[in-house]
Design a protein around this ligand. Sequence first.
Ligand code: RIB
Length: 311
Amino acid sequence: MGKVIGPGSLIVDVTGFAPHLPVAGESVKGSTLRFGPGGKGSNQMTAAHRAGSDVRLIGCRGNDFLGQILEKHYKTEGMSEEYIAILPEAETASALIEIDETDAQNRIIVIFAANELVKRENVYAAENLFVECDAVLTQFETTVDTVFATKELAQKYGKPFILNPAPFIEVPTEIFDGIDYITPNETETEQFTGIAVDTLDDCKRAAAKFFEMGVKNVIITLGVRGSYYTNGKEEIFVPAIKVKAVETTGAGDAFNGGFATAIAEGMPVEKALQFATCTAAISVTRLGSSPSMPYRHEILDLMKKEFGTEV
Ligand code: RIB
């Protein structure tokens, strides 16, 4: 079992479903409202946990009604809250998510709240985790300073550092220097590199921009098309698996949690991408973000069926 650690966001997703998404000024009769555990950091660690990793999430939440939803999630999953600061004065973060029932697409407003209280001090207070882990994973849903501190410690202890640069925020380009694996989706790739990725050749050109910024390995996730990998010498394309999606919220998080698990176990990149692809494919067939993450045996079964590979 590999150990995956890192700081990340904890959010409660408030999700409404409707036959179509409203335009500005329109009210649409919806069908269902759900409160559930979410946040990119928490989703990714939940995915890694269910995929077979020992995980530790460094984060922050309030001790309020929304915080209790997260607390229940970690207890049910058997995930440690040891490195999650629970501050009575903090407000637990929330995301307002609208889902179109016809195509499972979503629109999201995120209120960062307690996630903005995660700082470099919190990362350094968990330095011992970096010593013993096998992979480090984070995103852009806490603070920029947190990401710099995470990179510093991952490098200090020589641990593979995976950065999922989501959501897009303005960052100094030095943040990318020395990153082992970056995992933007198509939109984030265009936002960070200025290159729209319609073809694999576009992916290659966008990856070259990330290499100029000091990234070592680039993985661009291309939604229903698949994922593209390059380290500047080798290129790999892994097609997505065709499934009937009911909710795509958290699909990228499933991919990242699965990928981090695979890297923590020392899988070669192509197999790690297949593992991540299967994790994401199963997640979109289920409702919720964290609750939709698949278990290891399901991922392994799908890998064998779709790619003919075994772990
Ligand atoms: O990536 C999906 C997540 O983004 C949701 O769970 C929501 O909380 C937002 O942060």
